[in-house]
Design a protein around this ligand. Structure first.
Ligand code: FE2
Length: 141
């Protein structure tokens, strides 16, 4: 787990709504995880984070399918890996301290997911923006 951690920033804005909003929401959720606090509340937030990840990945895949993104299958595979890591965290969380859970959440969102957005996600931006523009939906700025 030595991936560098990064905060959400304007660099992550693609001009594609609602993808941008969902990406930001995941960073906002991750930012609420701290080592201190209420265990029950943290488990609930973890469940919300997990549900939100699943929902976001599903929506992103649907959009990529709609736009005919040629690397969709490879992208789906990356999402599958991410879901697997989230599910593993949900399972492990019961035996982990709040500090450990917070650390793993930050690794997943501020490390892995950040890199995913700046790498694999960035690749679909021109195609999706062109598709939305052609469909008459001005991309969000
Ligand atoms: Fe993605």
């Amino acid at each position: 787990m030595n991936e560098p951690l990064s905060e959400w920033s304007e660099r992550l804005v693609f001009g594609i709504d609602p993808i941008d909003a969902q990406h930001k929401q995941l960073f906002d959720l991750a930012a609420t995880f701290e080592g201190s606090g209420d265990e029950i509340r943290m488990m609930k937030t973890l469940a919300s984070l997990s549900n939100y990840v699943v929902e976001h990945l599903r929506e992103e895949e649907a959009l990529l399918e709609l736009c005919g993104y040629p690397k969709l299958e490879a992208h789906r595979e990356l999402h599958r890996r991410f879901r697997t890591m989230i599910v593993a965290l949900l399972e492990d969380a019961r035996q982990m301290t709040l500090d450990e859970i917070a650390e793993r959440v930050h690794y997943l969102i501020n490390g892995w997911f950040y890199d995913h957005i700046m790498g694999a996600d960035l690749d679909y931006v021109p195609l999706v923006r062109a598709h939305l523009a052609a469909a008459g939906e001005p991309p969000a700025e």
